[in-house]
Design a protein around this ligand. Structure first.
Ligand SMILES: [Zn+2]
Length: 250
């Protein structure tokens, strides 16, 4: 067989290998694939609010402040995160403000990237966490007063199809006010992203990123208690799941 024959065989073998690889990739479907469909996760009428976890006997974390959803803990192995891109034409003061916002959000995301598998994506429909450059709406309190804030994380539970069938997914919209001092914005981003990645509760210690009442100095990194709480959360088996599908009719 001449060299041309070998080249042809090699090309055929490579084509077959890549076809098999593509088939395998499709069966697994990327967690960041664009949405083919999404709908609110409907919970059974009997779904009760799950009990809060008991506190850590050694007091190293604030797990007892976290609350699971009726469908389980809204945590994932891998998160796809979209951050609203700048819109203003480069060179303007408005573009500089957008760039400062973007840098502070990335800085607030960085500590979480050391602990979680996070992929940055280009479009909002690829993401479970979507970070928006806007002021959260006023919040109405139980006593009728309203409260303004510079950051908010809003959780929805969805059933989505990303090309590998229906599965339960959390979707979190994080709203972060632009135009603030870099340190304050970074601390707010760090805190709200903590909610987004499953820490739905607050620490009672002002030195934690997830403190209910922040101290005078913006927290720009995670404390050992923040890390221990996330670690505990990731070890919980009761992860978000879709309700049982009825058996398919033949
Ligand atoms: Zn909070």
């Amino acid at each position: 067989m001449g060299p041309a024959g070998w080249r042809e065989r090699l090309a055929q073998a490579l084509a077959l290998t890549s076809a098999l690889w593509l088939a395998g990739a499709k069966a697994e479907a990327s967690p960041c694939a664009p949405l083919q469909s999404s709908a609110p996760l409907s919970l059974p009428a009997a779904a009760a609010a799950a009990a809060p976890p008991a506190s850590d006997p050694s007091g190293r974390d604030y797990r007892h402040q976290l609350r699971p959803t009726p469908a389980g803990w809204p945590v994932r192995q891998q998160w796809c995160v979209w951050i609203e891109p700048p819109r203003e034409p480069a060179g303007s003061a408005a573009a500089d403000r957008e760039q400062r916002w973007l840098s502070a959000v990335h800085a607030g995301l960085e500590p979480w990237r050391e602990l979680l598998s996070i992929t940055l994506v280009d479009t909002a429909d690829q993401a479970q966490v979507r970070v928006w450059r806007r002021q959260p709406p006023l919040q109405r309190l139980a006593d009728g007063r309203t409260r303004a804030s510079n950051g908010r994380a809003i959780l929805q539970l969805l059933v989505v199809d990303r090309g590998a069938g229906a599965q339960a997914e959390p979707r979190v919209d994080v709203l972060l006010t632009p135009g603030r001092a870099a340190g304050a914005l970074q601390a707010t981003a760090l805190h709200e992203l903590g909610h987004a990645f499953g820490l739905w509760g607050h620490s009672e210690h002002p030195g934690d990123a997830m403190a209910a009442v922040p101290g005078p100095v913006p927290m720009l990194n995670l404390s050992p208690r923040d890390r221990a709480t996330l670690q505990w959360l990731l070890e919980q088996g009761n992860r978000l799941r879709a309700p049982q599908q009825p058996p398919a009719t033949p």
